[in-house]
Ligand binder design. Structure first.
Ligand code: HMG
Ligand code: MG
Length: 300
């Protein structure tokens, strides 16, 4: 196996992590936590989501959060945007990067954003254009790349079709989502084999939920194929309320531990990251899945 020397960790905890939490984390706590994350050496934090507050009540305070955080130089502050209305809110909040999202499978797309895949293309195209006109970088997510909670198998052709459409719209980067954590390293290789015929490794990021404990193995397979950008959530928070069975993202500190031991650099400070994980675990009030968090607590 051959691995890159440097990678970028993209922290999605404040968005993917909190969107699935039952208890509302106050705006002040979100702001304090994001400020802590900004001091860990992370260069990218997805801080919230400008979706409909009725669909994701946990992030109803998106504009306020984005306006109140300290913006650290060198850190990109990103957020999800589903449509024109969301973009207007994101622009008001002066977000750095606009992340649009959709699914490779029709049923999850419909359940998650209330539209067919074809209709979603029509909604997202002007959003990307307007975001760029406003000087924003844009990221696209494809969900259910490795399996769908409603349709189970998702074809590589469908993943390619959605990915190509998103790049044609003008996105700068694509994040491939294992939304319900069903993928395995061989499948990762197969999917990336196809996508890397069409796109440069720098254009792709991987987003693994760790529902079945395969996220680090999948990341290893991706590293071996030259991918250098990985989404992760501190403490292993995460999940999609519209994808039954989805649980936490790979924990950022677990991924960081593996990378550091392999001498792959990310610029993130493990002690500061653990402090941010301990802090949010207290706030959500339950034990979170991160292995390194348990090690620090002395429970393993
Ligand atoms: P809809 O009901 O079809 O929206 O929802 P609509 O366009 O028909 O509008 C209905 C009303 O909502 C209108 O208000 C709009 O203005 C308002 P009215 O005129 O009736 O007073 N509205 C909004 N208000 C605030 N912000 C907005 C917005 N849009 C419309 N952005 C919609 C469609 C997309 C909005 C809805 O389905 C939605 O918010 N879905 C989001 C679901 C979600 O956030 N899921 C989790 C994120 S995806 C994920 O986790 C996967 C990922 O992590 C990768 C992976 O793991 O695979 C990214
Ligand atoms: Mg996700």
């Amino acid at each position: 196996m051959k691995f890159p020397k440097n990678v970028t960790l993209k922290e999605v905890g404040p968005r993917d992590g909190l969107q699935n939490e039952k208890s509302f984390i106050s705006t002040e706590d979100k702001v304090e936590w994001i400020n802590m994350l900004s001091e860990t050496g992370l260069s990218y934090i997805e801080i919230t989501s400008f979706v409909h507050p009725k669909w994701i009540p946990a992030l109803a305070d998106a504009v306020e959060v984005a306006k109140k955080i300290n913006r650290k130089q060198g850190v990109t502050y990103a957020a999800l945007v589903p449509n024109e209305k969301g973009l207007q809110r994101a622009l008001e909040a002066n977000i750095d990067e606009v992340s649009i999202f959709m699914s490779a499978s029709e049923t999850h797309n419909q359940k998650n954003i209330n539209k067919s895949i074809e209709d979603t293309f029509k909604v997202l195209k002007p959003v990307v254009q307007e975001a760029k006109e406003n000087g924003k970088t844009t990221r696209g997510y494809v969900s259910t790349v490795f399996g769908c909670p409603y349709e189970q198998r998702v074809s590589i052709e469908q993943v390619i079709k959605v990915s190509e459409h998103l790049f044609e719209m003008g996105i700068d980067e694509l994040s491939l989502g294992d939304t319900i954590g069903v993928g395995n390293p061989v499948q990762v290789q197969r999917v990336l084999d196809e996508l890397l015929k069409r796109f440069h490794p720098d254009q792709l990021a991987m987003h693994f939920h760790d529902t079945r404990g395969t996220a680090l193995a999948n990341i290893l397979a991706s590293l071996d194929m030259g991918i250098t950008k990985f989404d992760a959530a501190v403490a292993g928070l995460g999940g999609c309320p519209y994808a039954p069975g989805a649980s936490g993202n790979v924990a950022t500190e677990d991924l960081l531990y593996m990378l550091n031991e392999m001498n792959i650099k990310s610029g993130v400070n493990p002690d500061h990251l653990i402090q941010a994980a301990q802090w949010i675990e207290k706030k959500v009030g339950r034990t979170l899945p991160s292995r390194n968090l348990q090690v620090v607590k002395g429970s393993c």
